[in-house]
Design a protein around this ligand. Structure first.
Ligand code: HPA
Length: 248
């Protein structure tokens, strides 16, 4: 299988990259089961890009049911070595309001009951991968440089708190995340980042802030429409970042 220059995993509200040319569709079986949906492989700036919608193209797979292992194993089997994860998130701290793009550098995992390692099979080697920097520093640097060249503001850094979902959080839960040092909250950042590290994939997150997290603004309620509208507004700038990334 020939190499893929970049794999992109899309989150809520991000189900395709319309700019890809010559798209082929792959859905390889994996020993970890079925992936969220088809992998679309096409070209952008003459480079091969793979795209996978994390929740499925019809947003039918909730965060705790996503087969993160199958998704990443399939991307790697198709030839991917680096992954940009697009994650729709809520903002907690001041710099991370709705419609901000951010490239976090830390995370805290609050999820539970998810299959979070490849070290599960009888006889498999037990890996204690280093995870002090959960996102690949060199990939973050390249991604941030691409955004700068494209003229798109992306906040450099921040801590992503990964919650279980699919419900949104209580105000008390968000207050706790804030005390813990989280700037962003989302439901899909883990175990994806940890599994990518186990596979030796380069992995960075581009987080799209869709709403203020519970209790961080006056709004009575967070609506899914607000989330989708904000993601749509921000995601328009993502192809420009990817183009610069691929030509850098
Ligand atoms: N919390 C968790 N996940 C999210 C949120 C949120 O407020 N917004 C978008 N994804």
């Amino acid at each position: 299988m020939s190499d893929i220059d970049l794999a992109v995993i899309g989150g809520t509200g991000l189900y395709r990259i319309a700019e890809l040319d010559d798209v082929e569709t792959h859905q390889p079986p994996t020993r970890h089961g079925a992936l969220s949906g088809p992998v679309r492989i096409g070209t952008l700036e003459g480079r091969r890009v793979a795209f996978l919608a994390r929740h499925g193209e019809g947003h039918s797979v909730p965060p705790h049911r996503i087969n993160y292992r199958a998704n990443l194993a399939a991307l790697q089997a198709l030839g991917a070595r680096r992954v940009i994860a697009l994650n729709t998130v809520g903002g907690i701290t001041e710099r991370f309001g709705p419609r901000v793009l951010a490239c976090p550098d830390q995370l805290i995992d609050y999820t539970w009951g998810r299959v979070s390692t490849f070290c599960e099979e009888e006889g498999s080697e037990v890996l204690h991968v280093d995870f002090g920097y959960p996102y690949t520093p060199a990939l973050r640097t390249r991604l941030l440089a691409a955004a700068r060249t494209a003229g798109v503001d992306v906040v450099d850094g921040g801590c992503y708190g990964a919650t279980q979902g699919p419900r949104l959080e209580t105000k008390a839960e968000i207050a706790r995340l804030r005390r813990d040092g989280c700037d962003l909250v989302g439901m899909t950042g883990m175990p994806e980042a940890g599994l990518a590290r186990e596979l030796g994939l380069e992995y960075a997150c581009l987080a799209i802030v869709a709403n203020w997290a519970a209790g961080c603004a006056d709004a009575a309620e967070i609506t899914f429409q607000e989330v989708l509208d904000n993601v749509a507004a921000v995601s328009a700038s993502i192809p420009a970042i990817l183009r610069r990334f691929l030509t850098s």
